[in-house]
Design a protein around this ligand. Structure first.
Ligand code: AMP
Ligand code: TRP
Length: 324
């Protein structure tokens, strides 16, 4: 079984990224051949400062290692350094259609507030490159948060379309979403996804512990006083229960039982304790990898390994369409 996923180095990573993606990655490396990459080419789809991009790519590599990815068991690399990603995307762009790309939620959300005459082609074609990322490794399983499943679905449509035409060339992938925490919401507005752009509602993975505690203690809760999991009427409480359950690897029902009879204040304090207990040692591991020159070597070795595998699939596709 081949497993593949990536995170784009666009902003500061949040607790949402940790729970929805990072934390789950190491579970796969014992089950199959795992490829985890830094989606730096995807980061260019929105304006980004070059220095920040460089720095953030290094940060994500260190997060991967701190989360427990082991370079002996798993291939860790920068997308842009394995040029087969770009080469395959150029071919595959002909098999996805403008109509379906314009219906992607992420594209609609990101482009709606932009000058309509200045939307980059790369933002529109984002799912093409993402499909290339996935298909280049004959991936079976793609662990992602809920917001990315639409893109994986599109990659599946592409496989059907391509294989119908050329025979069994591309492998059919499948998205794998964590049971708990597939969509962590903002602490300041639980109707919105926790994303890299809301300093008050997001917990950033490099926030200091005092800040993390403060953000959780001031999270928006709901009227009433009972700690129960009710997404409709108590989205703030439900979100905190989800965070707790995901961190403790239990179900939200079990989390609900744990906090039966708690007041909101004590409940939030317990959530803050749990998050800090998880994130503090994670941060310490992060800084060790961040300061270790070996981390760059790990990426370079990963890139060499990834390229060997990617080349085989790329050539198979080139052959199928008549480029070889
Ligand atoms: P991105 O920040 O868009 O590069 O996302 C990287 C990974 O984190 C993807 O698998 C996302 O689905 C996941 N992710 C991002 N935000 C959240 C969130 N609020 N809750 C759960 N998963 C998330
Ligand atoms: N689009 C993903 C995100 O925003 C990152 C990504 C790029 C990805 N290529 C991928 C994830 C391939 C899984 C597989 O989070």
């Amino acid at each position: 079984m081949r497993v593949l996923s990536g995170i784009k180095p666009t902003g500061k990573l949040t607790l949402g990224n940790y729970i929805g993606a990072l934390k789950n990655f190491p579970n796969f490396q014992n089950e199959g051949e795992t490829f985890i990459f830094i989606a730096d080419l995807h980061a260019l789809t929105m304006p980004i400062d070059p220095e920040f991009l460089r720095e953030n790519s290094k940060i994500i590599a260190s997060f991967y290692l701190a989360a427990g990815l082991d370079p002996k068991k798993c291939t860790i690399f920068r997308q842009s350094r394995v040029s087969e990603h770009s080469e395959l995307a150029i071919i595959l762009q002909n098999y996805l259609y403008m109509g379906e790309l314009s219906r992607m939620t992420q594209f609609k959300e990101k482009s709606q507030n932009m000058n309509q005459n200045a939307i980059g082609l790369g933002l529109f074609a984002y799912p093409v490159l993402m499909a290339a990322d996935i298909l280049l490794y004959d991936s079976d399983v793609v662990p992602v948060g809920e917001d990315q499943t639409q893109h994986v679905e599109l990659a599946r449509d592409l496989v059907k379309r391509f294989n119908n035409h050329y025979g069994e060339i591309l492998k059919m992938p499948e998205a794998k979403i964590g049971k708990v925490g597939k969509r962590i919401m903002s602490l300041s507005d639980p109707s919105k996804k926790m994303s890299k752009s809301d300093p008050k509602g997001d917990i950033f993975l490099l926030d200091d512990m005092k800040t993390i505690r403060k953000k959780i203690m001031s999270a928006v809760t709901d009227s009433g006083s009972e700690v129960i999991y009710d997404i409709e009427n108590k989205p703030g409480i439900a979100n905190l229960l989800t965070i707790y359950a995901a961190i403790k690897n239990i179900t939200v029902e079990e989390a609900e039982t744990t906090f039966a009879g708690y007041r909101y204040g004590d409940f939030k304090k317990a959530i803050a304790d749990a998050v800090i207990e998880e994130i503090e040692p994670f941060q310490n591991r992060f800084y060790t990898f961040y300061n270790d020159p070996q981390t760059e070597k790990i990426l370079e070795e990963g890139e060499a390994k990834a390229s060997v595998i990617a080349r085989v699939v790329l050539q198979r596709v080139q052959q199928a369409v008549g480029l070889r």
